[in-house]
Design a protein around this ligand. Structure first.
Ligand code: GLU
Length: 370
């Protein structure tokens, strides 16, 4: 089981507030340095690593001298806006001490739900990973209103894992995994090292949050597991507040793995093919069909016709010169722009549209040949 982390090519690590922030409201810097060393070790093995870090509100509330207990939404948002600076600083320092560059990304629910923005966030994270930086993501708490909030970073981390095609998600929190009952209250509670399927019985076992610092209890962890595993990503729940938590996990330390039945590429393929209703059609010339079949992206120059009305990020059907469906994919331009780009070279995109768009009409990662 420990192999799951060692074998993963793209890993999302989520750190809870009570793990990262000490009770007096300061980051646990020595611990964080150890975690950054673990991240450096994973990267040295060739894995892409993305961090989802909570802690902005916990760091900010002490700096603003807010009383303990529940905060009003606007107080939490004010605390987040102060604390996010301290959080970014703590990560920048810890990663730099291990030779790594931190990159801050603040997301809202919309950024992971609406496909147009989803493509942007995905592309930016991809670019950062190519440049060898470590994206450190949090919810954009200061602008997200109650109705549109993730509220908990477990779910945000699962969405991020699905969005970037991660094959492992590790939730580092104040509990070492999932039990059949609350282990603090029931001495007979049994530890579950592996969950192959989230059944109603397992959901019924999930207790309530054990700490007042973060917002993720077992219920939210299982919700996150559903999102991650549906996207082909295995998820681990492990104790964060120990020295070198990822090293421990990789060496077979105690945790619960919730297993995905497929892998990210297959799950994404299924999502593009099955779950999304195509909003339009692109027809290609023979050269583009050949390029597509050999695994290349679809460039505007190979498109001969555009039908239907669609937005950037919508699913479209791709037809060959004979009219037969050859692929489906998420299109990088809306239908008006796509029409203007028919037959054009990628180098002409800026002249045609007035802004430097993406080179591909459909990027190969967003394309499934049928
Ligand atoms: N975004 C919140 C913060 O940084 C954390 C949400 C959570 O606890 O999951 O404080």
């Amino acid at each position: 089981m420990s192999g799951r982390l060692n074998e993963a090519r793209r890993v999302v690590i989520k750190i809870g507030s009570s793990t990262l922030v000490a009770p007096e409201g300061e980051p646990r810097r020595v611990w964080l340095n150890g975690l950054a060393a673990d991240i450096a070790a994973l990267k040295a093995q060739g894995a892409d690593v993305v961090v989802v870090s909570s802690g902005a509100i916990a760091l900010g509330r002490r700096r603003l001298k807010l009383a303990s207990g529940a905060l009003k939404l606007e107080e939490a948002q004010a605390a987040a806006s102060v604390g996010q600076i301290a959080l970014a600083e703590a990560w920048t320092e810890a990663l730099a001490a291990n030779g790594l560059t931190a990159a801050q990304i603040l997301l809202t629910l919309d950024d992971t739900e609406e496909r147009r923005r989803y493509l942007n966030a995905r592309a930016t994270i991809g670019a950062l990973l190519t440049l060898n930086a470590v994206p450190v993501i949090n919810e954009n708490d200061t602008v997200a209103t109650a109705e549109i909030r993730f509220g908990d970073n477990d779910r945000l981390a699962a969405r991020v894992a699905a969005m970037i095609g991660a094959d492992a998600l590790v939730l580092l929190s104040d509990i070492d995994g999932l039990y059949t009952d609350n282990p603090v209250k029931n001495a007979d509670a049994k530890f579950l090292p592996e969950i192959a399927e989230i059944t109603p019985a397992i959901e019924a076992m999930a207790g309530r949050p054990g700490s007042d610092m973060g917002s993720g209890g077992m219920v939210t962890k299982l919700l996150a597991a559903k999102i991650a595993t549906a996207a082909g990503c295995h998820m681990a729940i492990a104790l964060g507040q120990i020295d070198r938590p990822l090293k421990r996990l990789a060496e077979g330390g105690r945790c619960t793995w919730v297993l995905a039945k497929s892998n990210p590429a297959a799950a994404r393929k299924q999502w593009i093919l099955g779950a999304l209703k195509p909003a339009g059609t692109l027809t290609l010339d023979a050269g583009a069909e050949t390029a597509l079949r050999s695994g290349k992206s679809l460039l505007p120059i190979g498109v001969t016709a555009v039908d239907g009305r669609f937005e950037r990020g919508d699913a479209v059907i791709v037809r060959g010169p004979s009219g037969a469906e050859i692929a489906r994919g998420l299109v990088a331009y809306d239908s008006d722009e796509a029409r203007r780009l028919v037959g054009r070279r990628s180098s002409e995109i800026e002249t045609v549209l007035g802004y430097p768009g993406r080179a591909a009409m459909i990027h190969r990662d967003d394309l499934v040949v049928v």
